[in-house]
Design a protein around this ligand. Structure first.
Ligand code: NAD
Length: 299
């Protein structure tokens, strides 16, 4: 059965959920967002603007169209209202398997059976969630990369029963919102390019936490070598140190391998609320991080 996607619901309107919703609205889909924190969407918009200003970039569409698209996103105060006639639901709540399973149970009960249910998880395969729904054949991973407007990649991966038509509908929809699908052919924790990024992240976090190098040298090398606007530490500040910590923990819970355990120093940053761009301090300080200054690359 093919699914025509015209109405999209995003559950969790934080950093990523808000960006996904705005990107969706930019391409003229109807989109609703539910988040129990009524300030979440506005905070995420501000956070996104700060990231764009640090990177000196704009969204994919003109700034004017982007601002208009924000107004098209329908912010609702109940999950039911967001889901009532959705064709595609994207869950973007924090990276915690039990929370995602609970939220998927609620979503499944409130959404038409033909609708596709996707998780934006950064690591957890949908096969660990799909069994709480009555439609595992319509469940999949859609993992957006940060920032959604400047880096339009989306990993797409099916679960144990996802049909080809669900995957195809997912891929078509990704393209229809100006993004590039990266298809995972066989289930793997971390998906496609995100798993590559994760192995870089694990390595650099340990090099930093164990005092081998100055994190700025890693970022400098990354920026010079690959021509990027930021290095891995700058990127983690954009993603959010809390999100990074949760994702690293999710890998550790899956493998139980101590080499996957996130460094204590990262947890300490979360406890000190040094969460990156969203709190003004992470590995760098914002709005004017050192790596964005003209002489940073000189060392
Ligand atoms: P976030 O903390 O900014 O947002 C999560 C939002 O979910 C919060 O606003 C919170 O209020 C809301 N929420 C919590 N419980 C909820 C519930 N029961 N129902 C509805 N909303 C609820 O986190 P984020 O960075 O947006 O990450 C969300 C998901 O996206 C995570 O799985 C994360 O791993 C993934 N992700 C994040 C990034 C990134 O760069 N930040 C990139 C790709 C994927």
């Amino acid at each position: 059965m093919s699914v025509d996607i015209s109405k999209v619901a995003v559950i969790g309107g934080g950093v990523l959920g808000a960006q996904i919703a705005i990107q969706t609205a930019c391409f003229d889909f109807s989109v609703s967002v539910y988040d129990p924190d009524e300030q979440a969407f506005d905070k995420a918009v501000q956070n996104f603007k700060s990231i764009m200003s640090v990177l000196g970039k704009g969204p994919v569409v003109s700034l004017e169209d982007w601002e208009q698209s924000i107004k098209k996103v329908r912010i609702v105060t109940s999950m039911e209202e967001a889901l009532i006639d959705a064709d595609l639901v994207i869950e973007a709540v924090p990276e915690d398997l039990e929370l995602k399973r609970r939220v998927f149970t609620q979503i499944d009960a409130l959404t038409p059976l033909k609708a596709i249910l996707a998780t934006n998880s950064s690591s957890i395969p949908i096969s660990k969630i799909e069994d709480v729904t009555q439609r595992p054949e319509h469940c999949l991973n859609l993992h957006f990369y940060m920032p959604v407007a400047g880096n339009n990649l989306v990993d797409i991966m099916g679960g144990s029963q996802t049909t080809d038509s669900t995957m195809e509908a997912g891929k078509q929809w990704i393209r229809s919102i100006g993004c590039i699908p990266l298809t995972v052919k066989k289930e793997i924790f971390g998906f496609c390019f995100n798993r590559v990024w994760r192995s870089v992240k694990r390595e650099v976090l340990h090099m930093w936490a164990e005092g081998f190098v100055d994190l700025r040298d890693i970022d400098r090398a990354w920026m010079v070598s690959f021509g990027m606007d930021s290095g891995p530490f700058g990127l983690m500040d954009m993603i959010g140190i809390d999100v990074t910590y949760n994702v690293e923990n999710s890998y550790y819970k899956d493998t139980k391998d101590t080499r996957d355990k996130p460094p204590v120093a990262l947890k300490d940053m979360v406890e000190r609320k040094e969460l990156g761009v969203k709190t003004g301090k992470g590995f760098y300080t914002y709005p004017d991080p050192e790596y964005a200054k003209s002489d940073f690359l000189k060392g």
